[in-house]
Design a protein around this ligand. Sequence first.
Ligand SMILES: Cc1cc2nc3c(=O)[nH]c(=O)nc-3n(C[C@H](O)[C@H](O)[C@H](O)COP(=O)(O)O)c2cc1C
Length: 191
Amino acid sequence: MKILAINGSPRKNGNTAKLLDTVLEVCEQAGLDIQLYQAGGRDVHGCRGCTACWQNKGRCVIDDWMNELYLKMKAADALVLGSPTYCFNVTSEIKSIIDRTSYISRADGFAFSRKVAAGVSAVRRAGGITTLDSMQRFFLINDMIVPGSTYLNVSLACTVGDAEKDDEGMRTMRRLGENIVWLLKKIHAAA
Ligand SMILES: Cc1cc2nc3c(=O)[nH]c(=O)nc-3n(C[C@H](O)[C@H](O)[C@H](O)COP(=O)(O)O)c2cc1C
C-alpha cells in the first residue's frame, strides 16, 4: 500500500516537512511504500475554470507539475497534505492542488474515492484550525476517508526546528500515522 505526502511549504526542510516525515516514518515501519512530493516553492497556477479537464478525461490544460502530481495522488492509497499556516490558511501551492485536483479527479470518475487522507499544519500561533479545515473539506467533498489522532493535526512551530520541540504535536503526528495504517489495513482486508 502506498502513501503520498505532499509538502506545501516552500521551506523544504522546515516544520511542515518534519511533521510529514514523522507520519511517514510510522507508515514505513508498518511496511507501507512511502513517497514525499515537494510542492512548496513551485510556480503556482490557479484553476482557469475552463472545464477542459472534463473533455480531457482528467488532464489539466495547464502544462505544469500538477498533472504529474495528480497521477501520483491517483496511484496512492493514502494522502497526507502538509501546509504551514500562511495568513490563517493553506499556502498558495496547496490551494492550487485543492482547486485543480478536485476538478481533475472528478472529471476522472471521482478518482480519489475512499482514499485515506489527512492534513497537517505547522503554525506559529493562530489559524492552524482554518488551515486544517481547508484541507479536510477537500478530502470530504472528494469522497475520501479522514482518520483522526489524539488532537488536531497542528504543531506550534515558528522557526525551523521548532516542530520537533513540540512534544504533543509530535505525538499527534505519530498517532495519525498509526491510525492511517490501521484504517488502510481494515479497508484492504474488507475489500
Ligand atoms: C507568509 C507567511 C504567513 C504566515 N501566517 C501565519 C499565520 O497566519 N498564523 C501563524 O500563526 N503563523 C503564520 N506564519 C508562520 C508559519 O506558519 C510558521 O513559521 C510555520 O512553522 C512555517 O512552517 P514551515 O517551516 O514548514 O514553512 C506565517 C509565515 C509566513 C512566511
